[in-house]
Design a protein around this ligand. Structure first.
Ligand code: GDP
Length: 312
């Protein structure tokens, strides 16, 4: 794979930038990278032209419109439209232009809101989705089904990975757009600087989430690209979850904020629990390495070095 042209779609994002770091560390010499300004993946003609000209052998499809609970709630049309457009254009153009293998990245929110915990891949489509991010989830389900359909009908080697909640360097720390972990890092940091006596945490603090460092995910993506060629999606997670209240305390400790946590129950909790069953990936021979405590410390360091430039 190392000398082949590899296209990482979404290389400026949290996941795409981690995949690029991982591939470069491995000696990949022919990475194809385009910013969204250079190539708008929502535009079919642009995507077709890019693939016809560059003919990447391998594609990591990490481009997506993503965001936290508030962004999903307030912009449902953009979440369903942009994601359907991006993934349909890229998967089809890759197939038509001789790509040997494509990895599609989904999300743990594709599983039913009240799926058995930890959630096995087979719980897909067994019950209703969490309403706050159903628009995004429906697009991601369509993406993984499209990969399965192209495998069956066209023998196109398209596989899917479903990561749990991710964090790490390059994350979005905007308070309205982001997921809980980067939002709380920023809130704690700012509360510490202001010498505030309390920190606002959305919801009740009781929902449970699982957090995986994005460098672990990138390692799993490269592993799957090399080792796995089959129809079922593969969950990628850490294997344990924690409550939002526990996460907030852990972040406060990391940042050095000693004030009180105040829970704003007017904000939504979202799905009560989201923990992936990762036994399929473990059986293939892959394990994550970066513990949450260490990952939080390095992510906080990254935030302090880059806060001026954090994406909106
Ligand atoms: P989800 O995993 O799709 O629900 O998305 P989020 O990461 O945005 O939210 C996870 C949980 O953290 C929800 O219960 C939120 O209400 C809670 N939460 C607490 N404080 C915050 C915050 O400042 N920002 C966000 N995005 N979520 C928060």
């Amino acid at each position: 794979m190392n000398d082949s042209p590899i296209y990482v779609a979404g290389h400026n994002g949290l996941v795409g930038s981690a995949i690029v770091r991982r591939l470069r560390a491995d000696g990949a010499s022919n990475l194809l990278l385009r910013s969204s300004k250079e190539l708008d993946l929502r535009r079919q003609a642009e995507v077709e032209r890019f693939f016809a000209e560059q003919r990447p052998h391998y594609v990591f499809l990490a481009a997506a419109k993503v965001g936290g609970i508030e962004a999903n709630r307030s912009r449902p049309a953009q979440f369903i439209r942009d994601n359907l457009q991006i993934q349909t254009n890229v998967i089809d153009a890759a197939y038509r232009n001789g790509t040997r293998k494509l990895l599609f990245l989904g999300s743990s929110c594709i599983y039913p809101r009240l799926a058995p915990q930890p959630m096995p891949e087979d719980s897909l489509l067994t019950g209703p989705l969490e309403p706050t991010n159903q628009w995004y989830a429906i697009a991601k389900i369509a993406g993984l089904k499209m990969c399965q359909a192209y495998r069956r009908e066209f023998q196109f080697d398209a596989i899917s990975a479903m990561p749990t909640n991710l964090y790490g360097p390059g994350d979005n720390f905007d308070l309205l757009e982001s997921h809980v972990l980067p939002a709380l890092i920023r809130k704690c940091h700012e509360a510490k600087l202001r010498h505030a006596d309390a920190l606002e945490v959305w919801g009740s603090g009781t929902p449970r989430r699982e957090f995986l460092h994005v460098d672990d995910l990138a390692d799993a993506c490269v592993f799957l690209m090399r080792q796995y060629s089959d129809e079922p999606p593969i969950n990628v997670g850490w294997g344990e979850d924690i409550s939002i209240a526990e996460l907030a305390r852990l972040i406060a400790d990391t940042v050095g904020f000693n004030g009180e946590l105040r829970f704003d129950r007017s904000k939504p909790d979202g799905t009560p629990r989201k923990l992936l069953d990762t036994s399929r990936l473990t059986a293939l021979g892959w394990q994550p390495k970066i513990h949450l405590k260490a990952g939080l410390a390095s992510t906080y360091e990254w935030f302090r070095e880059h806060q001026g430039q954090s994406r909106r």
